[in-house]
Design a binder for this molecule. Structure first.
Ligand code: NAP
Length: 491
């Protein structure tokens, strides 16, 4: 049975989750959460104060020892139980994300699948935290290397993937034996609150996970990051905020994981399967209405196929249906708010003013909600803002190149280094680009790379550390080395 929007919203907690209890904020203030497709308020929730943040640290610190001592199998089974509950409630979580973030329902269902996989994957990894034991090179002792939970962790997530960005941090933290405080973005806090209730049902002990929602993220986060009991900060969001948080974290010498912004190049060579490249481009550009750190930001296309690629992608873009994410057949929902529309539009105007050709789209859409037309711009001129900044909107930008060296130089001409996409049939070229493109991830003839089993993350100013894969759990583990004397000489 499909749940109605109002019944679903009524089920979502509207308080903070601290020490296993749903509590009001000490500030007495509240946050209004909006549907970006209508601009209307859909729910009002508690707005945490700095004092609430410290109460969350109190709760996480109080149970750190007992959670670390909980058998890995038990930790893993709680995550597996959460995975199963999430499958049962997949439609509810999908609808909730569409309501607070705007993405089309089919994509929200895809996010439930993707986000859920972190629960299953790290539930399985919990029992595989291994160490090593061996004779030291001198033969005089035995060396033991083991891995222990880092300790209470502060997890800050963005609005664009409300479930997956939370589970990608929560699951490895809990699997490793760390307790946590999660702070979702003010724009999309409901999915995290509803997910915390699910973890409660899955049997997570009180205090192991705490959720604070706030409209004053800087004021609430700073005292948490400065608290001596905190040992880890994991952040997903923009590079400017990441830089600021790294500075704060340095005072407390915290372990940090930083999943920051991207400016993905999408390279199409003259030998590429153009149909495959256009399919990949549609995914890499329009998934999440272009609001993904992995979104293709610059289409760098060989000059001999640039016109054909532009014509084929424009035909596909003109078929996209725009509307509320809950409506059948909608591929392009609203952007997160009017500020995001203003930003996309300013980047498009700047590119046109500098000489780019507007092939299709290029305007905001009047009426309620924050909508922007799917847009194609070709012949972007070097120096345009749109090549330097994350667009975070449904805008394709096409830049022609002459040869491989030119393509690599254009692709690497950015402070970011999260992901690149390459379409070519030449295997050796593909292998060369693995080494010459400065990104933490690459899609070789595919337009989406995300997978819970893979190490997700960037180089340069796209971040530090990896989430997912066998690497992901080590972000929440310290390495401890022990030396013991040669047991044959002892006694
Ligand atoms: P953002 O503005 O940097 O915010 C991210 C999170 O940080 C939100 O929870 C935000 O809370 C919080 N925040 C902002 N200022 C803070 C402060 N001074 N102290 C503590 N917390 C603070 O980014 P966003 O607009 O939500 O997300 C889009 C960005 O995330 C893009 O740059 C995108 O590329 C990046 N992203 C990266 C990845 C990745 O894996 N690399 C994945 C997804 C998104 P409030 O919004 O409530 O202030």
């Amino acid at each position: 049975m499909t749940i109605s929007e109002s019944d679903l919203l009524a089920k979502v907690p509207d308080r903070l989750f601290i020490g296993g209890k749903w509590v009001p904020s000490t500030s007495g203030r509240s946050i209004e959460v909006h549907d970006p497709s209508t601009g209307l308020v859909i729910k009002t929730i508690a707005d945490a104060s700095p004092e609430d943040g410290i109460r969350a640290v109190d709760a996480a610190a109080a149970v750190q020892q007992s959670w670390a001592a909980t058998a890995p199998r038990v930790r893993g089974e709680i995550l597996r139980g959460a995975f199963d509950l999430l499958q049962e409630r997949a439609d509810e979580f999908a609808l909730l994300m569409t309501l607070e973030m705007g993405k089309p329902l089919a994509e929200a269902r895809g996010e439930v699948t993707y986000g859920g996989e972190f629960l299953r994957w790290f539930g399985e990894e919990a029992v595989r935290i291994s160490g090593r034991y061996g004779v030291n090179p001198e033969g005089t002792g035995r060396m033991i290397v083991t891995h222990l939970p880092v300790g209470p962790s502060f997890l800050i997530t963005p609005w664009n993937f409300p479930l997956a960005m939370a589970t990608r941090k929560i699951a490895p933290a809990l699997a490793a034996g760390c307790t946590a405080i999660v702070k979702p973005a003010e724009l999309t806090p409901l999915t995290t609150l509803y997910f915390a209730r699910l973890l409660e049902e899955a049997g997570l002990p009180a205090g192991v996970l705490n959720v604070i929602t706030t409209s004053t993220s800087g004021d609430v986060s700073a005292p948490i990051i400065a608290d001596k009991r905190l040992r880890k900060l994991s952040f997903t969001g923009s590079t400017p905020v990441g830089r600021k948080l790294l500075t704060q974290a340095s005072e407390n010498v915290l372990r940090t994981s930083m999943e920051l912004g991207g400016n993905a190049p999408f390279l199409v060579f003259d030998d590429a399967d153009l149909d495959g490249a256009v399919d990949g481009a549609m995914l890499a550009k329009f998934r999440n209405i272009g609001q993904a750190c992995t979104a293709a930001n610059r289409f760098i296309v060989h000059e001999s196929v640039a016109d054909e690629f532009t014509a084929r992608i424009t035909a596909r873009v003109n078929e996209l249906t725009i509307g509320r994410g809950t409506d059948d057949g909608v591929a392009i929902g609203p952007l997160i708010n009017d500020g995001a529309v203003d930003k996309a539009d300013a980047l498009v105007r700047d590119a046109i003013d500098r000489g780019a050709t507007l092939v299709t789209g290029g305007s905001r859409i009047d009426g309620p909600g924050s909508f922007y037309q799917p847009t194609v711009l070709s012949g972007i001129v070097a120096g345009s803002d749109i090549l330097r900044e994350e667009i975070f909107g449904p805008v394709v930008t096409i830049v022609p190149f002459t040869d491989e060296a030119d393509a690599v130089a254009l692709a690497n001409d950015t402070e970011y280094g999260l992901v690149s996409y390459v379409f070519t049939r030449d295997l050796a070229r593909g292998q060369r680009l693995v080494e010459t493109l400065q990104t933490g991830m690459m899609g070789l003839n595919v337009g989406v790379v995300s997978n819970a089993a893979a190490p997700f993350g960037g180089v340069k100013q796209s971040g530090i550390g990896r989430e997912g894969g066998s690497e992901g759990i080590h972000e929440y583990l310290e390495t401890k080395y022990v030396l013991t004397p040669d047991p044959f000489l002892a006694g």
